[in-house]
Design a protein around this ligand. Structure first.
Ligand code: SAM
Ligand code: SF4
Length: 481
């Protein structure tokens, strides 16, 4: 154990989506109250947590190889007379596999599902007091409180401590804020309804309070998170139902908050109120991640997406009518069971029709317990790989075209941090593009109007337009990309 006059150190390795990034910060906040500080890596940590992702097979298998490495590190440390290390598994693999993790890796000291993070401090305290020789006793895991995977989401948010101002500042000018968790959609490929549970929205005042605290600590840009964020719903001050569009309007009133984003959305929950928010709110950035998954109606039906290709295209038209310069992003799955070459061609054609600024493309990964895994006509791996390569090539062309179309335009860039090279700063355009610029450090935390002078593979190069005043709130671009 580390000497009592030294603070204990925590290292969290985060896999998967932004919600896990948010959750990792909340776990760090909870353990900070117990005196834990951040470790640079697992080597100097007293507690290592893997915050895991179960969405595809590769993601969850990585966890077990990482656990093997951590156990070897701990054994080495023990042999050298070093301090002990607790190893914990959090996130969706913890939720889905629960006790199975301890059976497979008996050295794991705690397993905590996403809805149980408020129990983390007591679980760590218990694990610290546990007899080390009990580590191999997987069968005892159920009785000794090593596994917590209940679904008490409301409790989680009420009981987890908020970060200190210092912790928020250290995390930068942009922050995630989870407003919704879980999902009731049950797409036939997806584990989320099983790992994150039923759809739950956080109350308006809760979200506003957390947002105000983040802004008071210096956050300028907030990204609202949810597995299905646009299914968020609540009640306004008069008890009337309000959707995500209404929540964004309330958040936009917070002075000092200059940019709003949200992710990830389902096409079925993109209602008029939310589309109107894109039309009316200057602070709501013109970038929308709206996954369609496939361009083929028969595959969309088999996926249980409950919308057609035409529904999606009509929706995009309405969104673009409200906000003509909006940059679209999406997710695509290739090789869902039964996908024919013609179905796949329909996916390529919807990509061409919409024109994406960015997109995430995946080979279908059968997930145990989901309806898709049991369907006949699973697509061979080689076919999936070949389709993925073709889709990636098309999406790559579109991403590059979007970047090139930015050259010569002027846009507002939030300068967030030092750039890779000295004398350079890095920031984001309204369309979530990384932008670098030669500028003094004193401009970090300001929004600068810039001309985009070059487009590289991963970022744009900007030049500050010198006759404009630094801006704090007005961010809207008028010309379309
Ligand atoms: N709620 C969002 C929606 O409705 O599109 C998606 C959230 S999901 C956590 C993120 C993405 O992972 C999905 O959009 C999908 O493309 C991908 N994904 C989910 N399950 C998958 C699977 N079994 N195989 C491959 N990709 C998968
Ligand atoms: Fe998964 Fe999204 Fe479908 Fe929910 S809506 S089941 S999170 S893909």
């Amino acid at each position: 154990m580390s000497a009592p006059d030294h603070p204990k150190k925590l290292f969290i390795k985060t896999y998967g989506c932004q919600m896990n990034v948010y959750d990792s910060d909340r776990m760090a906040d909870a353990m900070a109250e117990e005196g834990y500080v951040a470790a640079a890596g697992p080597e100097d940590a007293d507690l290592v947590l893997l915050n895991t992702c179960h969405i595809r097979e590769k993601a969850s298998e990585k966890v077990f190889s990482e656990l093997g490495r951590l156990e070897a590190l701990r054994t080495q440390r023990e042999a050298a007379g070093g301090p002990d290390m607790l190893i914990g598994v959090a996130g969706c693999v913890a939720q889905a596999e629960g006790e199975e993790i301890v059976r497979r890796m008996p050295g794991v000291d705690l397993v905590v599902g996403p809805q149980s993070y408020h129990h983390l401090p007591e679980m760590v305290a218990k694990a610290s007091g546990r007899d080390r020789t009990a580590r191999g006793a997987a069968a005892r895991a159920a009785e000794d409180g090593r596994v917590a995977t209940d679904f008490a989401l409301a409790e989680k948010f009420a009981l987890l401590p908020r970060p200190t101002r210092e912790a928020v500042r250290a995390r930068g000018l942009t922050a995630f804020l989870t407003v919704q968790e879980g999902c009731d959609k049950f797409c036939s490929f997806c584990v989320v309804p099983y790992t994150r549970g039923a759809e739950v929205s956080r109350p308006v005042e809760d979200v506003l309070d957390e947002a105000r605290e983040l802004v008071a600590a210096g956050v300028m840009e907030l990204t609202l998170l949810g597995q299905n964020v646009n299914a968020w719903h609540g009640l306004d001050a008069d008890g009337r139902p309000v959707g995500l569009g209404g929540l964004l309007r309330r958040l936009a009133e917070i002075p000092g908050l200059v940019r709003l984003r949200y992710t990830t959305s389902h096409p079925r929950d993109m209602d008029d109120e939310l589309i109107a928010a894109h039309r009316d709110l200057e602070k709501l950035m013109p970038y929308l991640h709206l996954p369609v998954q496939s361009g083929s109606d028969s595959i969309l039906k088999a996926m249980n997406r409950r919308h057609t290709r035409a529904d999606y295209l009509r929706l995009i038209e309405r969104i673009r009518a409200a906000r003509p310069d909006i940059a679209m992003s999406g997710d695509f799955i290739v090789g869902f069971p039964g996908e024919t070459e013609a179905d796949f061609e329909a996916t390529l054609s919807i990509v061409r029709e919409v024109g994406y600024a960015s997109a995430f493309c995946f080979k279908y990964s059968p997930r145990p317990g989901t309806p898709g895994a049991g369907l006949p006509d699973q697509v061979p791996e080689a076919v999936k790989a070949e389709r993925l390569a073709r889709l990636l090539a098309l999406v790559g062309e579109q991403t590059q075209a979007f970047a090139r179309a930015s050259v010569g335009r002027t846009m507002d860039v939030l300068l967030e941090k030092k750039g890779r090279l000295s004398g350079q700063l890095g920031g984001r355009s309204p369309y979530l593009q990384a932008v670098h610029v030669a500028a003094p450090e004193s401009l970090i935390g300001t929004i600068q109007r810039m001309e985009i002078v070059a487009a590289g593979n991963n970022s744009l190069e900007g030049k500050i337009v010198t006759d404009s005043e630094p801006k704090s709130a007005s961010l809207v671009e008028s010309s379309a990309v």
